[in-house]
Design a protein around this ligand. Structure first.
Ligand code: ZN
Length: 152
């Protein structure tokens, strides 16, 4: 259940980004697509509670700016690389940040904020969430951006 929440929060972050760029309806569309996968335009319109023409317009806008999505995928892949290549240490206080191995060494394996001993941090759930988010974004790209665009 925890893991599922993490996965959802990755999609949630993406939704918030789209929402900021393109408004609440665009954000809602992303949320529904992430949840249900492939949908027809009228199914999508029904689920987001907007009329089909409006949904089509927003999808067209999102598709014509598919770069936003690929840019986000690039950023997620960068994050994934960073998380994969580094070992992290943490004092277990949610308000204090994690340190990489070299940072932890510099600080003699003590948190620079509270002085507690740094413990190895298991980022496997975070990695799973990022991977899930990347694969969902790729699906959205494939189903709604690349294909829609090539039909024009
Ligand atoms: Zn601390």
């Amino acid at each position: 259940v925890e893991e599922w929440n993490d996965k959802n929060s990755a999609v949630y972050v993406y939704k918030k980004i789209v929402e900021a760029y393109k408004g609440p309806l665009a954000g809602k569309i992303i949320e529904v697509l992430a949840e249900h996968g492939e949908l027809t335009e009228d199914e999508l319109a029904e689920k987001v509670g907007a009329d089909e023409a409006e949904v089509r317009r927003v999808i067209w806008v999102l598709a014509s700016e598919g770069l936003i999505v690929s840019h986000i995928i690039d950023r997620l892949e960068e994050k994934l690389r960073y998380e994969t290549e580094n070992i992290f240490y943490w004092c277990m206080d949610p308000n204090h940040s994690r340190l990489t191995f070299s940072e932890a060494t510099e600080n003699m394996f003590r948190c620079p904020v509270c002085g507690k001993t740094l413990m190895p941090y298991d980022n496997s759930e975070l990695l799973a969430a990022i991977k899930y988010c990347i694969s969902e974004m790729r699906k959205i790209m494939k189903d709604y951006f690349i294909e829609e665009k090539s039909e024009e």
